[in-house]
Ligand binder design. Structure first.
Ligand SMILES: Nc1nc2c(ncn2[C@@H]2O[C@H](COP(=O)(O)OP(=O)(O)OP(=O)(O)O)[C@@H](O)[C@H]2O)c(=O)[nH]1
Ligand SMILES: [Mg+2]
Length: 567
């Protein structure tokens, strides 16, 4: 078995495998070297300006920026090597710039420091013949406030820095002059960004860290360990949710001197509305000048007020893609092709798995579609519903293309299911199923499928997990084991494993690649095999040839209309 991995960081794509039998046919724009671990390192010659040659590149250093395509088997890998080396790198550099495809950031931690207030001034009026005039020291200016506003027109947080610092207010001056106010800073994020506040603690030698989700620290759990609990009582507490924190937990004894980010409870704000704005860090107040301190007994105060400090906040920003429809499907099922066929988007489409690495949202524009939609949809509606429908014409909707998922995704096979968090917010799930699926006809064996949510809940040890993954891999990469109905059941199970009840959302099944051989036959079997599992329309089409795409758009619009009536 050949293990393989693709690692991408900005312009550097690293292809790793334990066998050297891959020849990179085209080294366009890249140089490649093979290191002692049999890793092929492809380096783009046009390195980004901030590329640090001396920095040791370890998995840890760039774990945030790396994209791991785990556990691809050799056939997939071979295709990817051939295509990636020749096409993607070219595509990344030429079509999308050196940055956009690989440097997708949807979660980011940031330090935010508002400006300090300027100090008040100690000053006295001076003029000819008035040697000791009254106080005239002005106030300090206020420090810059820092706001987060949801009006960024993009689908990414990669434009944001790791720290944002507001300007301090200027000091007051003589002649009652007030210091300059620090200009407010606005951190612009796309609508759909969640802001979470954190406390940051420094870890001292000997601190142990509690992972709240660890049953040893849960007094109600049979594995509760009193000694450890008492020892750790004054130690930093980890929520056990964010992956970075999990990493820290894993390192346990080695973190002395590091900062630990701890999520504050109830500190989550959703910036869903375009233009929505929050004040995240308040600037310090300017200190009062000595003019304010003159009293009857002390007409010449020699002191003024200091400005107060601006707030320091530690925040995490997470972007959830907001879309009406979300495309869910196996890699290579034709999701991006469907996005291209139905919207204005120009996604990358290739004939190999995991072409789409980042979510991408396109807009469905219904304004030019024939009006016939409104008369054919929902003929049996009541008068009231019909009126609501007429008053709320659906002109646009958004459709999010997501990276493919396959069986075992929740065990981190393929790209894993990290991207599914984006689908949580979409109103409608669009399952894209490749109806041709294999070069040979597949026959339904009459099995009535069920969705088993906890199919792999027996896994306890790493060893067991490895075996399960091995087993799944031997199945899924063997095309005789694949069928449209098995794909569909796996998708449902992966969604349910990610979040119980997710598949209860309004849904639609797109039976794609109907132009291919055996697709008609497979569609019939598909309906028999899994029709009972979900109550939603099944629309056959060929996204590539454009067959029946109008019907797909019609269904999309109908669902949107029905949702408007219900809401
Ligand atoms: N014959 C035929 N081919 C199609 C159809 N739809 C997509 N394809 C082809 O299938 C391949 C995969 O299409 P993509 O749209 O990139 O698939 P995807 O689901 O986005 O794949 P990932 O991004 O890897 O998850 C491409 O070669 C498409 O041209 C179709 O309706 N008929
Ligand atoms: Mg795609």
């Amino acid at each position: 078995m050949i293990s393989s991995k693709i690692v991408c960081f900005n312009n550097i794509t690293k292809l790793c495998l334990n066998n050297r039998n891959v020849i990179l046919k085209n080294r366009y724009l890249c140089t490649s070297t093979i290191n002692n671990n049999d890793e092929i390192i492809i380096t783009n010659n046009n390195r980004p300006s901030n590329y640090n040659h001396n920095k040791k590149r370890t998995k840890e250093t760039y774990s945030d920026d790396y994209l791991f395509l785990n556990d691809l088997d050799y056939t997939y890998f071979k295709e990817i090597v051939e295509n990636t080396a020749e096409n993607s790198i070219k595509a990344i550099d030429n079509t999308h710039g050196s940055h956009s495809y690989l440097a997708f950031v949807d979660k980011l931690k940031m330090r935010v420091k508002a400006g300090d207030g300027g100090n008040g001034s100690v000053s006295f009026f001076r003029a000819k013949y008035i040697p000791e005039g009254p106080p005239d020291g002005g106030d300090g200016g206020h420090g810059a406030n820092i706001y987060i506003r949801a009006d960024y027109d993009g689908n990414n947080l990669s434009h944001l820095p790791k720290a944002t610092i507001g300007k301090n207010g200027g000091g007051g001056a003589g002649a009652r002059r007030t210091g300059k106010t620090g200009e407010d800073v606005i951190i612009r994020v796309p609508p759909g960004t969640i802001v979470r506040e954190y406390d940051v603690v420094n870890i001292n030698e000997g601190d142990s860290i509690i992972d709240k989700s660890d049953p040893q620290y849960d007094p109600k759990h049979p594995d509760f360990n009193v000694e450890m609990y008492l020892k750790a009582l004054n130690s930093p507490v980890v929520d056990g949710e964010a992956t970075d924190e999990k990493n820290i937990v894993a390192k346990k004894d080695k973190v002395a001197g590091e900062n630990l980010w701890i999520k504050k409870e109830a500190s989550e704000i959703d910036l869903d509305e375009p233009g929505q704005e929050i004040l995240i860090a308040k600037g310090g107040h300017g200190g009062k000048g000595n003019i304010h301190y003159a009293t009857g007994s002390n007409r010449s105060p020699e002191y003024a007020q200091k400005g107060t400090l601006g707030e320091l906040k530690f925040i995490e920003l997470e972007l959830k893609i907001l879309a009406d429809f979300g495309l869910v499907g196996y890699p290579n099922a034709g999701k991006s092709t469907l996005l291209k066929a139905t919207t204005n988007a120009i996604p990358k489409i290739r004939d190999y798995a995991f072409t789409t690495l980042n979510p991408y949202v396109g807009v469905l524009d219904f304004t030019k579609d024939p009006l016939e939609y409104d008369t054919t949809c929902g003929v049996n509606l009541s008068k009231r519903k019909r009126r609501v429908r007429e008053e709320n014409p659906i002109t646009h909707a958004s459709l999010a293309d997501l990276p493919g998922i396959l069986e075992g995704a929740h065990l981190n096979l393929g790209l894993g299911i990290d991207f599914l968090r984006h689908i949580e917010r979409t109103k409608v799930l669009v399952y894209v199923i490749d109806m041709s699926n294999s070069e040979v006809p597949v026959k339904w064996d009459g099995e009535t499928y069920r969705v088993v949510r906890d199919r792999y809940s027996f896994i306890e040890t790493e060893e067991e997990k490895k075996m399960v993954i091995q087993n799944i891999k031997s199945k899924i990469y063997n095309s005789s084991n694949r069928s449209p109905w098995k794909d569909f059941v796996c998708l449902l199970e992966e969604l349910e494993s990610y979040k119980e009840g997710l598949t209860k959302k309004p849904s639609i099944i797109i039976a794609n690649k109907m132009d291919k051989r055996y697709a008609e036959k497979h569609l019939k079997e598909f309906k028999k095999a899994v029709g009972h599992l979900i109550d939603c329309p099944i629309i056959p089409c060929s996204a590539d040839k454009g067959d029946n795409i109008l019907q797909v758009r019609k269904e999309f619009r109908k669902i949107m209309k029905d949702l408007t009536i219900l809401s």
